[in-house]
Design a protein around this ligand. Structure first.
Ligand SMILES: Cc1cc2nc3c(=O)[nH]c(=O)nc-3n(C[C@H](O)[C@H](O)[C@H](O)COP(=O)(O)OP(=O)(O)OC[C@H]3O[C@@H](n4cnc5c(N)ncnc54)[C@H](O)[C@@H]3O)c2cc1C
Length: 312
C-alpha cells in the first residue's frame, strides 16, 4: 500500500529555547540551494549573532539533529525535507578582516568576496576562490579547491562550535582536511577561519582572478541550476571522462540532465525534483560502474529524507 506521510507530525519548536534570532517552522529551503529543489526544514534557525547561536546550542535538547547550510552550491536537499534544525548563518558571520597578509573571515563570507578583499590589499594566494561560488563555511566542510589549490593550502586556524555550544579554535591537524572533505563531525558549525597569503601585486592578482572566472564560463554551466561537480575524481582519473566514456553526457531523467557542457555537472532544467536529480546521479554511477568498473563517489552533499511517498 502507498502511504503519503506528513512532513513533520511532531512539535519540535516547543522544545527549542528562546532566541534573539528567528525560527521558521516547515521552512522552504530549496531557494537557498543552487538546484532550487527539495523539501522544507522541520525548523529553520537564523541566529542573531554568534552569542545567540552558542546559547541556542547550549540550551537545546541534545538529541535534536543539527544541519548547517551555506549558499547551497554543493547541496541536494531531498524532497522529504530535513528533520531537526537547519541553521543558516547571516550577516554577522560575513565579516572579512585583513591583518598583514592574514585574512580573518566569517563562515558566511562568500569565497569571491574574500578573493576581492585580498586583492584590495594586494594579498596573493586567494585568486582560486574567485571561481568557487560558496561560503567559507561550505569551503571548510568540503576543503574546496580549484586549479591545483585547496583551502588546506591557505587555512591556518578554524573556528567551530560543537553541537553542545563549545567554541573550538582548531589547528589544521584537528580540522583534518582531505580531498573534498574534512575530519570534523557533520553537526559541528564552522563560524570562521584565519587564512594566510603572501604580498603580491594587485594588477597580477586581478588578472589571475579574471582568468579563473573566464575558464569557468567557458567550461561549466554556471548559469544553470546545478551543484558543481557531482562526483569526486577517482584516484588518477577524471570523473567527467568516465561519465563521457559511459555515454552519459546529456542523459536525462524527468527534468534533470547530465550537462552537455560539463558532464560531471547535473542540472535542473526547470521543475526537476531532487528524486529526479539523485536518481539520474545513481543511474550515471551504475553506467560508469558497468562500463569502466569504477565506483564514482558523490561529491554533492545530500541531506534530508526521501519524499513522503513510502511503500508499506
Ligand atoms: C557552478 C559551480 C562551480 C563550483 N566549482 C567548485 C570548485 O571549483 N571547487 C570546489 O571545491 N567546489 C566547487 N563547487 C561546489 C561548491 O561551491 C563548494 O563545495 C562550496 O565550498 C560549498 O559552499 P556552500 O556555502 O555553497 O555550502 P553548501 O552547499 O550550503 O553546503 C555544503 C556542505 O557544507 C556544510 N556547511 C556549509 N556551511 C557550513 C558551516 N558554517 N558549518 C558547518 N558545515 C557547513 C553543509 O552542511 C554541507 O555539508 C561549485 C559549485 C557550483 C554550483
Amino acid at each position: 500500500m502507498m502511504v503519503i506521510k506528513n512532513h513533520y507530525p511532531g512539535s519540535l519548536i516547543n522544545q527549542l529555547p528562546p532566541v534573539r534570532g528567528k525560527y521558521d517552522i516547515e521552512a522552504p529551503i530549496a531557494q537557498f540551494t543552487w538546484f532550487r529543489t527539495g523539501g522544507p526544514a522541520e525548523v529553520l534557525f537564523r541566529p542573531a549573532d554568534a552569542t545567540d547561536l552558542k546559547e541556542f546550542l547550549i540550551n537545546k535538547p541534545h538529541n535534536i539533529p543539527i544541519t548547517t547550510i551555506g549558499v547551497g552550491s554543493n547541496l541536494l536537499v531531498r524532497d522529504g525535507g530535513v528533520p531537526g534544525v537547519v541553521i543558516r548563518l547571516g550577516r554577522p558571520f560575513s565579516t572579512i578582516r585583513t591583518k598583514g597578509t592574514e585574512i580573518h573571515a566569517g563562515a558566511m563570507s562568500l569565497d569571491y568576496n574574500v578573493a576581492k578583499a585580498a586583492r584590495a590589499e594586494s594579498i596573493a594566494g586567494f585568486e582560486f576562490l574567485a571561481g568557487i561560488p560558496g561560503t567559507i563555511g561550505g569551503a571548510l566542510r568540503m576543503n574546496a579547491g580549484a586549479y591545483g589549490r585547496e583551502f588546506r593550502d591557505i587555512v591556518s586556524k578554524v573556528m567551530a562550535l560543537t553541537p553542545l555550544g563549545q567554541l573550538k579554535c582548531l589547528s589544521t591537524e584537528d580540522w583534518a582536511p582531505r580531498y573534498r572533505g574534512c575530519g570534523i563531525p557533520s553537526d559541528w558549525i564552522f563560524t570562521g577561519c584565519i587564512m594566510d597569503g603572501v604580498w603580491g601585486n594587485e594588477t597580477e592578482i586581478s588578472r589571475a582572478m579574471e582568468l579563473v572566472q573566464s575558464a569557468r564560463t567557458d567550461s561549466q554551466p554556471i548559469r544553470s541550476r546545478t551543484g558543481g561537480s557531482t562526483y569526486k575524481n577517482p584516484n588518477g582519473q577524471k570523473a567527467w571522462e568516465l561519465i563521457d566514456k559511459a555515454g552519459c553526457r546529456g542523459l536525462r531523467l524527468g527534468k534533470a540532465q547530465v550537462s552537455e557542457k560539463h558532464c560531471n555537472f547535473l542540472i535542473n532544467l526547470g521543475g526537476a525534483s531532487t528524486a529526479d536529480i539523485e536518481g539520474l546521479g545513481e543511474e550515471v554511477r551504475r553506467r560508469v560502474r558497468e562500463v569502466t568498473g569504477i565506483e564514482l563517489e558523490w561529491e554533492l552533499e545530500r541531506i534530508g529524507k526521501y519524499s513522503g511517498v513510502e511503500h508499506e
